[in-house]
Design a protein around this ligand. Structure first.
Ligand code: CAA
Length: 276
């Protein structure tokens, strides 16, 4: 993403195969002001255009094998929607704000590489919702999660009503949303919102990058296909999901990656995937 330097409220940095996107408004605890949402929208639209699709990749196009979303500083990942800005919004503007952020979350889900939330502090309201739009969540020990909208007379607006129930189940999601209660990293781990908890921010980011490194050793088309299949089967019946999986499995057999992977296994060699 060449023009990444144009952004003012997000930082975009490539570390080997990992693209790290950092929400960078530390004075407002990285709250998602409209400018942040606009920049995230632009970036994710651009990534959708630049990252190869599983069936159209040219060799060498898979420079990015995973995206890590995080926040600046050790206090907050993202402390939510920007409450100061929202206090001046009409209902129509608030809806447009939410719909733009919905598109950001859909764009992240549609990327052909895994997106990891590295939650380095508070992930409240829109922050928790941004994290839940990622494929999975790692957290530092000082992280805190919650959907405190009811304390502001609001309801979750960036996808929390949908994604929290999917992530942690109906009962826990409803309790968290209707109480607005905040939970710590250990409880987030216990309820399955978070995959892993790390001592500090440095260990968190290192682990997220190591996971992207692990993904980078796998067949690019297969990872993209797996993510697309997981997206497509979610919330389908078992029978419908198996239909989708069968088609994806068949598609995998059309890729050079699958030929290379199987041949390497049988030759007892490690695979060097062409990415198509
Ligand atoms: N929007 C705008 N500014 C915010 C903010 C937010 N969501 N969260 C924090 N800030 C600002 C504070 O106003 C403060 O600014 P000033 O120094 O100019 O006063 C600065 O960040 C530091 O915050 P605090 O002084 O409050 O820090 P703290 O350590 O005392 O508390 C906190 C930290 C518990 C995270 C607290 O800041 C907080 O409760 N923030 C709001 C969390 C929240 O309610 N988020 C949900 C927003 S609604 C939403 O997200 C709707 C949706 O679903 C789309």
């Amino acid at each position: 993403v060449d023009e990444a330097a144009d952004y003012e409220t997000i930082l975009v940095t490539q570390y080997g195969p990992a693209l790290v996107v950092t929400v960078n408004r530390p004075r407002a605890l990285n709250a998602l002001a409209r400018q942040v949402v606009a920049e995230l929208l632009d970036l994710t639209n651009r990534l959708a255009e630049t990252l190869p699709s599983a069936d159209e990749a040219e060799p060498g196009e898979w420079a990015c094998r995973g995206v890590i979303v995080t926040g600046t500083g050790e206090k907050a990942f993202v402390a939510g929607a920007d409450i100061r800005e929202m206090s001046g919004m009409t209902p129509e503007q608030a809806e447009a704000y939410a719909r733009d952020m919905h598109q950001v979350t859909l764009n992240l889900e549609a990327l052909p590489v895994p997106v990891i939330a590295a939650v380095n502090g508070f992930a409240l309201g829109g922050g928790c919702e941004l994290a839940m739009a990622c494929d999975f969540i790692y957290a530092s020990a000082n992280a805190g999660f919650g959907q405190p909208e009811v304390s502001l007379g609001l309801v979750p607006g960036f996808g929390g009503s949908v994604r929290l129930q999917q992530r942690v189940g109906v009962g826990i999601a409803r309790e968290l949303i209707m109480t607005g209660r905040r939970i710590d990293a250990d409880e987030a781990l216990r309820i399955g919102l978070v995959n892993r908890v790390f001592d500090d921010q440095a260990a968190l980011l290192e682990a997220a990058r190591a996971t992207v490194g692990e993904v980078a050793g796998q067949a690019p088309t297969a990872v993209a296909n797996a993510k697309a299949t997981l997206n497509a089967v979610a919330h389908r019946s078992v029978a419908d999901g198996l239909e989708i999986e069968a088609a994806s499995f068949r598609t995998a057999f059309t890729t050079e990656d699958s030929r290379v992977g199987r041949d390497a296994f049988l030759a007892k060699e490690s695979a060097s995937f062409p990415g198509r």
